[in-house]
Design a binder for this molecule. Structure first.
Ligand SMILES: Cc1cc2nc3c(=O)[nH]c(=O)nc-3n(C[C@H](O)[C@H](O)[C@H](O)COP(=O)(O)OP(=O)(O)OC[C@H]3O[C@@H](n4cnc5c(N)ncnc54)[C@H](O)[C@@H]3O)c2cc1C
Ligand code: SF4
Length: 575
């Protein structure tokens, strides 16, 4: 990436400003740049160069000082929240936010684990790459049972844009023709192992509505010319992805959208620039630009643009909006509805089951497939299922063989240890739930009345808890996982319900929701704020319900669609 792309001081009025450089921001920048708009991407964190800055890549645990564990003092000082994320370790810790600098509070007895990745690329470097379309059942769920407002979009509005982002990103998977999980435009799927194939057959025979399919992942199982032109090559199935991947074999800002945006010559990036608030012009009723605080010097700067896209992640974007106060918007910009900060959601992963798979001693697998299988939500309509709660859940998991991988982080020497690391143990199979969370007004974020961070920005106060609906759902999910495994011949099945806080699915959604009516929503069907024509929010803040699918593919599709709309509105003089 050319150094001239990175800027600090400038008087230029950009055609478009994009705040954030993660999955959503990368897409916004690419789409604007490719349409010929001079675009400024503003990122609060440091620059991470593709390949060069993947400092944990290729380092095996036995070459790390503590076999992948992070020093306890460092954990306490910097990563008290971040360490709760399963992907956090010595080889990935530099991609996680530093909790000491990123304080927030939770209300009374509530807890919320806010996982952050504040650098160029955001969480696109850390994500697990599970990529699923939402279906019409998801878009209609709120209006059907009356919990939450109706999404102002349907599958037909997004279908073309899903295809658009999938072709560029590269999504592996198999066409299944499922009503509740529309097929993507796929690269070939990863393969199931022999025990998985047999378990799939047994489950589908006993429960015809529970389909077990290969997970759909943003990995180049067979790159197209488009991917090769991006400088990306085929996935090597090493499952080392969250350390960064020099093959560019999984989709991230660095591997895919950023090079495309940069190639146009239309992109500038302002790194180390923490957006404090938006500058609203009361006269023109437009956003003029953004006010930032320099990450290093704490000096204030302003950047100007004709249209502003907030892609700072769900809570990041909402924090900026709440902190952008003016005469017209005393409670946060574009908040005439009063719902900004409300209806926070995540997914609930707090249940599952696992057990032993007898036999298959002569079976193993090659490489380390970077994802597992999924049983998509089979209770996708109110009439399906036998339940005392609303909505449903998916079950994800897979089969694996115990053995040498467990020893990678253990110390040892001598003949016995060598014997252990070369012998595969028994097969195991597990399923865990990913449950839908209802949108509820009382799950909120707001600005703390006194506490600020080191940039002088009021801290977020998060007030979010699972409702009885989510708790009842998890009990049922544990029973269902247990029943499903037993039917499939899995032995010694152990099911569980845990009490993890919201946030840990790292699928924060809502708080600036879309809707038909400006009185009860912040955004219209194109992710444009109802109140201000040239302000858009295209990350997870815009969601009206959580569905059960991993949401990021939908952020990307919504973002690309919103840019297309914004550019056409600009061309017609309405923005
Ligand atoms: C371990 C892990 C596994 C995951 N697995 C999956 C998965 O399998 N599938 C899936 O769909 N999702 C997954 N996710 C979630 C996914 O990563 C996020 O949904 C996605 O990255 C959100 O994209 P975004 O662009 O909205 O936000 P981010 O990717 O978080 O990017 C936001 C960017 O904005 C910047 N920013 C924030 N505030 C400001 C500010 N004030 N000023 C300037 N810049 C700012 C941040 O520094 C960051 O770079 C996972 C996340 C993690 C951490
Ligand atoms: S599994 Fe594929 S995407 Fe992940 S690190 Fe290996 S090559 Fe890269």
């Amino acid at each position: 990436m050319s150094d001239q792309m990175y800027i600090k001081d400038t008087d230029q009025v950009y055609d478009a400003i994009v705040v954030g450089s993660g999955l959503s921001g990368g897409w916004a920048a690419k789409e604007f740049c490719e349409r010929g708009l001079k675009t400024l991407m503003i990122e609060r964190g440091r620059v991470i160069e593709h390949r060069k800055d993947y400092i944990g890549e290729g380092v095996p645990p036995w070459e790390m000082p503590m076999r992948g564990k992070v020093d306890n003092i460092l954990l306490e000082q910097r990563y008290r929240i971040q360490k709760q994320c399963y992907a956090f370790n010595d080889a990935t810790k530099h991609f996680f936010g530093n909790d000491r600098d990123l304080p927030y509070t939770t209300k009374d007895d509530t807890t919320f684990s806010w996982i952050r990745a504040n650098q160029l690329g955001g969480k696109s470097l850390l994500w697990h790459r599970q990529s699923y379309r939402l279906s019409d059942h998801d878009f209609a769920a709120n209006s059907l049972d009356g919990h939450g407002n109706d999404w102002p979009v349907r599958y037909a509005d997004l279908e073309k844009w899903y295809g658009h982002v999938e072709r560029h990103a590269g999504i592996s998977g198999a066409k299944e023709g499922l009503e509740q999980l529309p097929d993507s435009e796929f690269l070939p799927p990863f393969e199931m192992s022999k025990p998985e194939l047999d378990i799939k057959a047994a489950i589908e025979k006993a429960f015809p509505d529970r389909k077990m399919i290969m997970g759909r992942m943003a990995h180049l199982t067979q790159p197209t010319q488009l991917h090769i032109d991006q400088g990306r090559v085929q996935c090597q199935a090493r499952n080392e992805c969250q350390k960064g991947c020099s093959f560019g074999a999984y989709f991230s800002t660095q591997s895919s959208t950023l090079p495309a945006a940069a190639a146009t010559g239309n992109l500038h990036i302002a790194p180390n620039s923490v957006v404090h608030s938006l500058i609203y012009d009361e006269q023109s009723k437009r956003v003029k630009g953004v006010r930032i605080i320099d990450n290093d010097t704490l000096a204030e700067r302003e950047y100007y643009g004709k249209v502003v896209f907030l892609c700072a992640s769900t809570l990041g974007s909402t924090q900026i909006m709440l902190n952008s106060k003016s005469k017209a918007f005393p409670d946060g910009i574009a908040n005439s509805s009063g719902v900004l900060g409300h209806y926070l959601m995540d997914h609930n992963y707090n249940a599952g089951a696992s057990g032993d798979v007898p036999g298959y001693e002569d079976e193993y697998y090659q490489g380390r497939r970077p994802g597992g299988i999924i049983i998509p939500n089979f209770q996708f309509e109110p009439k399906r299922g036998k339940k005392n709660y609303l909505r449903g859940y998916a079950l994800s998991g897979g089969a694996y063989r115990e053995g040498w991988q467990q020893n990678a982080t253990n110390k040892g020497f001598g003949a016995e240890f060598k014997q252990q690391v070369t012998q595969a143990g028994k097969w195991r199979f597990g399923l865990h739930a990913q449950g839908e969370m209802l949108p509820r007004f009382e799950n909120t974020v707001k600005l703390h009345s006194t506490l600020k961070d080191k940039w002088g920005i009021p801290q977020l106060e998060i007030n979010c808890r699972w409702s009885d609906n989510e708790l009842d759902m998890m009990k049922d999910a544990a029973d269902t996982a247990d029943e499903t495994l037993k039917i499939a011949g899995v032995e010694n099945v152990h099911s569980y319900v845990t009490q993890g806080p919201p946030g840990l699915a790292i699928h924060e959604l809502g708080t600036a929701r879309m809707g038909h009516d400006p009185k009860d929503s912040v955004l219209n069907k194109f992710n444009q704020t109802h109140d201000i024509n040239n302000l858009f929010v295209t990350d997870g803040a815009s969601f009206s319900s959580s569905a059960v699918q991993n949401p990021s593919l939908t952020f990307m599709a919504l973002t690309a669609r919103a840019v297309d709309y914004a550019v056409s509105e600009m061309q017609q003089g309405r923005i």
